[in-house]
Design a protein around this ligand. Structure first.
Ligand code: SF4
Ligand code: SF4
Length: 409
């Protein structure tokens, strides 16, 4: 699963306040419009590209309780959150999602269950419908059973098709997410046709971004620039076809861009993530940054996390920037890109995202693109996301695969 598109529908709000003295003033006001609840890191799938932390195994025994999640939902709503993503791992491995959905409805959230489909039964989907769940996003992987089963290291191909039909039958919009990588990028047309045949209203084609497990498997997953260009051209052609009624969102892979993305719509601007163990983060990978202490809902409320915690304030705005970002005319467009990507690749969390051609570290991206064409590196086995491999990474056993990166998760 990815949350790549979550930020597209939300924008920073400008509030025109009327001051007591009658002088109107425009103040910039940010609020966590999106709360992403990563309710568990447990998952029956083992996707090679999983964005979850590589050390997730540390956090499968200390998940928040139902009451703690409900408290977090209330707290975030008071801060202005209106969209709730219920994600994981596989959220359906918890048996309290129905309770969380009911509370989300009472609080007035627009709620979205982000699932692999494993564990979604007729009984549960009916309970979600009755409880007021607004939206279900289902991950799909390919048109072929072979690639679906290979990349997830499971046998889930037939199940996903059944779940897609179940979602449709219950009157939900059909929202599919397909992570794109070297193994399925050649099937773009067929993937779009499959989505159309399943009655999808919306499909997100999320080119792999390289964090977490996908960074460990970068050489194995990265397609060529030519493949990405062709995939985008096929997508555009499909979009332009008057018979196509699906909304198609193509997430451009930033390694092949000249400029980075405005990560999470800006650090601490609209997104707040509460992880399975209660850590409160401005982005999925933030715990990979050095010298950062993230708040935890067990110790303090979300208002402290959002407004006052040093972690959420650290990279807000642009005062933290170094050159070349500091004096760059484009800094408002991308806020210097992703702090996690900057640190993971260069070791400096405050430098321009290496994706940027103005960054002193752009050569690291160019090298990664070259390495992904090197048959010796590509032939290394994929490190699938599973408990055993997470334990091995925590124990330092896979250092040969991760030593080029400054910190994982
Ligand atoms: S292993 Fe796959 S299904 Fe499970 S959380 Fe990761 S990406 Fe999602
Ligand atoms: S130098 Fe920094 S601010 Fe300028 S375009 Fe590159 S990443 Fe963005």
């Amino acid at each position: 699963m990815t949350q790549a598109s979550l930020g597209e529908s939300v924008v920073q709000k400008t509030v025109h306040a009327q001051q007591n003295n009658g002088v109107s003033a425009a103040v910039t006001h940010t609020q966590p419009l999106w709360l992403l609840a990563e309710v568990t890191y447990r998952c029956p799938l083992h996707c090679a590209f999983c964005y979850n932390p590589t050390d997730y195994d540390k956090h499968t025994q200390n998940e928040l309780t139902t009451e703690q999640w409900i408290e977090a939902l209330r707290d975030a709503r008071k801060l202005g959150a209106i969209q709730l993503g219920i994600s994981g791992g596989e959220p359906l491995l918890r048996d309290d999602i129905e309770d969380i959905v009911i509370e989300a409805k009472k609080l007035g959230y627009y709620s979205n269950l982000i699932t692999s489909g494993v564990g979604l039964t007729e009984k549960r989907i009916q309970a979600f419908k009755d409880g007021g769940l607004d939206h279900i996003q289902l991950s799909m992987h390919d048109i072929t059973e072979e690639i679906n089963n290979f990349i997830t290291n499971t046998k889930t191909f037939e199940l996903k098709k059944k779940v897609a039909a179940m979602i449709k039958n219950h009157g939900y919009p059909m929202v599919l997410n397909v992570v794109i990588h070297r193994y399925n990028i050649g099937h773009m047309k067929e993937i779009l046709e499959m989505a159309q045949a399943l009655g999808a209203d919306y499909i997100e084609l999320a080119n792999t971004q390289y964090y977490g497990w996908s960074l460990v498997n970068r050489n194995q997953l990265m397609p060529t620039k030519e493949q990405v260009d062709e995939a985008e051209a096929i997508t555009n052609e499909f979009r332009a076809n008057p018979n196509n009624k699906m909304k198609i969102f193509f997430v451009v892979p930033d390694y092949f861009s000249d400029r980075p993305k405005k990560c999470m719509n800006g650090w601490g601007e609209v997104f707040m993530i509460v992880t399975a163990n209660g850590d409160v983060l401005p982005c999925h990978s933030a715990r990979s940054l050095p010298n950062m202490q993230f708040p935890n809902v067990r110790d303090s409320g979300l208002a402290y996390a959002w407004k006052d915690s040093p972690a959420f304030n650290k990279y807000r705005g642009d005062s933290w920037m170094k050159e070349p970002c500091r004096s760059c005319s484009e800094k408002e467009n991308d806020l210097g890109g992703c702090r996690c990507q900057a640190f993971l690749l260069s070791g400096d969390a405050e430098i321009a995202d290496p994706v940027c051609t103005k960054s002193p570290y752009r050569h690291l991206i160019d090298q990664a693109i070259e390495d992904s064409k090197n048959p010796v590196l590509v032939a290394q086995p994929i490190v699938f996301r599973n408990d055993k491999n997470s334990k091995r990474i925590i124990a330092g056993e896979l250092n040969d695969r991760v030593e080029g990166f400054h910190s994982l998760p």
